[in-house]
Design a protein around this ligand. Structure first.
Ligand code: PMP
Length: 370
């Protein structure tokens, strides 16, 4: 990368689209004009060409390896973002089933998901964290999912509030567990066999915006009624190896690059989990060590390792914090408009150095403005 562009790169704490590993950007830059063997850019070749078919197959197999996806699951590359999954999940698993779908409403994204599901059938929120402003998660023992629910839906990491499940909620064997893992996908190890469907848009941990990964247990593919619009039926995508229509080729290509980075340069999910633990601890320690100057939004037992959310004593200090941080190349720290405060998104590709700089800045800022 040329020196000037490198100098201008900030530590980007955006919630998504978010930081992409520099080595991946450099590789992509080198292949941009001509992908080896293709005679053209990846963006210019047919999705049915041998070159692209191999790129897509490699992205899928690398993801499968990283996540240890069992053979009885399909991995789909779709469009429409995670927002379309809010509708596709109930369209396939709830519509016409005569059953009720259970939802854990733990923040803004699961709230949006249940609103879409209501359009497809009967749903209930077996937990709703509204009363405490979505800063905590349901206690395990309080969760009661009925044995014949259409599915149990939850969001493993609420990107806006910064609350994250440490493990899957209990779910009867007869009920498919559905997870929106958009903002903590590939950030830690998972036991895929516990899930019916796990999905994630790419633009946080897995690539640029444009592709959404859906991992779905194969028996669930048959639940979608043939009257569904073709794109909405998971079965169509599975049967066509995610080429039912033109896939987002460039995003799939980049997803593959990031999966390789994670596997070969980081050492897989076990390693990134350790790094993510370390990075988030640095910021939570800065919050906890500030004598109340910083006030974390999430309850201590469900603090997100991806999105660290906190407030300062008043709005004026908040704006000053954001401006002074930006001057130090610590960028995009403003919290989501619906929650306010500060949000530091520290996905896989955020270097340790960026988090260390932010933690140091937080300590200095608190000392000067207390
Ligand atoms: N779920 C979660 C947890 C998210 O963070 C987001 C995006 N920030 C979405 C769903 C929606 O994703 P998209 O914008 O790709 O539709």
């Amino acid at each position: 990368m040329n020196a000037r562009a490198l100098e201008q790169r900030v530590f980007n704490f955006s919630a998504g689209p978010a930081t992409i590993p520099l080595s991946v950007l450099e590789e992509v830059r080198d292949e941009l004009l001509c992908y080896p063997g293709a005679g053209a850019s990846v963006m210019e070749i047919s999705h049915r060409s041998q070159v692209f078919t191999e790129i897509a197959a490699d992205a899928e197999s690398t993801l499968r390896e990283l996540l240890a996806v069992p053979d009885d699951y399909s991995v789909l590359f779709l469009q429409g973002g995670s927002a379309l999954q809010f509708s596709m999940v109930p369209a396939n698993l709830l519509r016409g089933s005569g059953k009720v779908a259970d939802y854990l409403v733990t923040g803004s994204w699961s709230k949006k998901a249940i609103a879409e599901a209501r359009k497809e059938g009967d749903v209930i929120s077996t937990f709703d964290g509204k009363a405490d402003n979505y800063c905590s998660l349901p206690p395990r023992e309080s969760l009661m999912t009925s044995e014949d629910a259409a599915y149990l839906y939850y969001c493993s990491n609420e990107t806006i509030q910064g609350v994250q499940f440490n493990s899957e909620p209990d779910c009867p064997d007869s009920v498919p567990l559905v997870c929106d893992a958009s903002s903590d996908f590939l950030s830690r190890r998972l036991d895929i066999a516990k899930y019916g469907i796990l999905y994630a848009c790419a633009q946080k941990n897995a690539g640029p915006a444009g592709v959404t990964v859906v991992v779905i247990r194969k028996d669930l593919l048959e639940r979608g009624d043939t009257s569904l619009p073709g794109y909405l039926n998971y079965q169509n995508h599975a049967q066509a190896d995610s080429m039912w229509n033109t896939p987002p080729t460039f995003a799939v290509y980049m997803l593959g690059k990031i999966a390789h980075w994670l596997k070969e340069q980081v050492g897989g999910l076990q390693e990134i989990e350790i790094v993510n633990e370390r990075k988030s601890s640095l910021l939570y320690n800065a919050i906890d060590g500030s004598d109340g100057f910083y006030c974390g939004h999430a309850a201590a037992d469900c603090r997100s390792k991806m999105n660290v959310t906190f407030n300062l004593p008043n709005e004026e200090l908040q704006s000053k914090f954001i401006a002074e941080a930006a001057a130090k190349h610590l960028d995009s720290l403003k919290g989501h408009r619906s929650v306010g405060g500060i949000r530091a998104s520290i996905y896989n590709a955020m270097p340790m150095e960026g988090v260390e700089s932010l933690a140091t800045f937080m300590e200095d800022f608190a000392a000067k403005n207390r």
